[in-house]
Design a protein around this ligand. Sequence first.
Ligand code: IMP
Length: 434
Amino acid sequence: MSGSVTTAIVGLQWGDEGKGKLIDLLADRHDAVVRYNGGANAGHSVVVEGVRYALHLIPSGILHADTLAVIGNGVVVDPAVLLREVDGLAERGVDVSALRLSNRAHVVLPWHRAEDELRETILRGGSTGEGGQIGTTKRGIGPAYADKAHRSTAIRAGDLLDEGRLRQRLEAVLPLKSRCLEALGSPPVEVDALVDTALAWGARLRPMICDTTYLLHGLLADGKSLLFEGANATLLDVDHGTFPFVTSSNCTTLGIPAGTGIPGRCVERVLGVCKAYCTRVGSGPFPTELHDQTAERIRERGNEYGTTTGRPRRCGWLDLVALKYACMINGVTGLSIMLLDVLAGFDELQLCTTYEVDGERTDRFTPDAAVLDGVTPVYESVPGFAEEVRAARSLGDLPSEARAYLDRIEAFVGVPIEVVSVGPDRAETIQISA
Ligand code: IMP
């Protein structure tokens, strides 16, 4: 169909960069859109012809006819959330028959959510000032990945299709989980009720569940192209992000091979997505965070409230040190700068180009919360732009100051800008190259 190369789209900051819009823009040039990490902690908002879709688990490619939407083995799936999303899309006339779910994707079960919630509550009382909590989305993500690593207490999507196997596994797991739930003060889970619920999920998901590794390799062998949809973002990557204030999966492109079975060398193009400024939800270091009217203005203009939790996002200036690191880790070949329109009206804009640590300057990002907490951002001031830019459809339509802002980003990071987004709608986009 496409002639497009196999591409990855990855968030370069702390999430919510607007990846959904970009995936939606590129989806119909690819034969399948593939999720490889995370779970219902992600939230992609896509606006198509004025209709807003909030997707958490289903790849945004579902909004395109002729594009498969694939949830790979690296994703942790809460079947209740997935089915709610399927029903919501079907009600709005979206055909969901092109959805595929890996039989090896791990299942988020009721105790995972309970454990996530309770861990956060208990850790809030910790001794480290703000408490030891991560500020998770409470979607059970960490506990589900922990069970994947524990192995003996995990349930995978394929298990939902076989009553005997499912009952055997749940009966084996429940004594331990019941004791944990009891210790955590949560209500007990009754095995027969859970088996019934899980079988009902399996019955509905059966047409979607398959070996997605062979499916994807088959597509590649037929000359088709894949679009990998990164959930969460680089600085939330469990290995390469601001640990421990991260999520539990490899959100970078480094997660693609493990999360889908497709080798990294098959990904020919990596589009890194960042906002024209920075935001973060949850706890953890954020060197360029602002606590003033600028932050307030960015939050209101950018509608910076979480898609998944509704929490107000922390806001600050663009951190080029972190951005350059993120490009390096992901092998980014092109940048997408989102929400440029939000910055209209500031007299001056600030770009963080260096960190100061113990009186020394460094251009290295440190993916360690304790160290990153101690850095002081050093800024370069650039002139702001007064005019609104939502009507711009080419770089030439932008005020010269906005173009200079983009040029500075490109020069610093050393990666070409391919897309600039100036508003939420599909049409409000400047495509520099495709
Ligand atoms: P968890 O993924 O729910 O365990 O949350 C871990 C951290 O990652 C928290 O700070 C969350 O707010 C953050 N997080 C997880 N997913 C996203 C996302 O898609 N966008 C922004 N932040 C996220």
